[in-house]
Design a protein around this ligand. Sequence first.
Ligand SMILES: C[S@@+](CC[C@H](N)C(=O)[O-])C[C@H]1O[C@@H](n2cnc3c(N)ncnc32)[C@H](O)[C@@H]1O
Length: 233
Amino acid sequence: MTSLEINTDIAEYGDFIQREQEVVAHIGAVNFEGLNEPVLLSQDLSGGCGGKIWECAEIIVNYFVWKNGQGEGSLFKDKTIIEIGAGTGLVGLAVAKICPDLKQLIITDQIAMMDLMQENTKLNNLGHLVKPKILNWGEEIDQEFLGADVILASDCIYMEEAFIPLIETFFALTTNKNAIIYLMYRKRRNADKRFFQMAKKKFEFTDIMDDPNRDVYTRRGFRLFAVKRKATK
Ligand SMILES: C[S@@+](CC[C@H](N)C(=O)[O-])C[C@H]1O[C@@H](n2cnc3c(N)ncnc32)[C@H](O)[C@@H]1O
């Protein structure tokens, strides 16, 4: 992994951006190559944009499936994980299937996503491992969310008014000094640069370079980072 600067030369709303797909509410099976069972997923956009599968989620899950297959043991064995802006919960639920020996995984979003996160956790029989909870960025963090080893954030950088609350939440969640944030990002606007400028004051961003699919998705404006809180002097 090496640190790289964000490429801000990509034109705003350039050709690489697909027209966002509307989704009719339904339940389906989402398959990932290398994962021996699908994630069953209810999608429903009536509660907000998080109610469907975003491409960031597919990219980061594919990376975790691949990465998990590279090592001797399980990628997140005994780890405490929290996902923010989870939407349907696809990333967290897939991670729980990839690494059933993780310690605990809390998937979080705003209240409007709660029913969907609960339904999807049940559909996959993962209630013993995955807990859906409410976490609004920028608000005071519940004690139970503190001390996680891993924080997952897929496609959470898309609204300028949420940049500061999102950074505050990352800061509040990384009390464990070894905590690592896996941040899957899709460039949509040049204004995103502000998020990175502000966040880099408190966090170290490292491009994840070992993903075999990296070249394909970076060309299309997607980036996967490992983010760590900078040590305070
Ligand atoms: C583009 S969706 C991504 C969903 C999912 N992570 C994925 O990659 O498929 C962004 C998610 O962030 C959530 N979100 C937006 N603002 C939020 C806030 N202030 N607090 C908590 N979640 C928020 C939305 O509800 C939505 O589920």
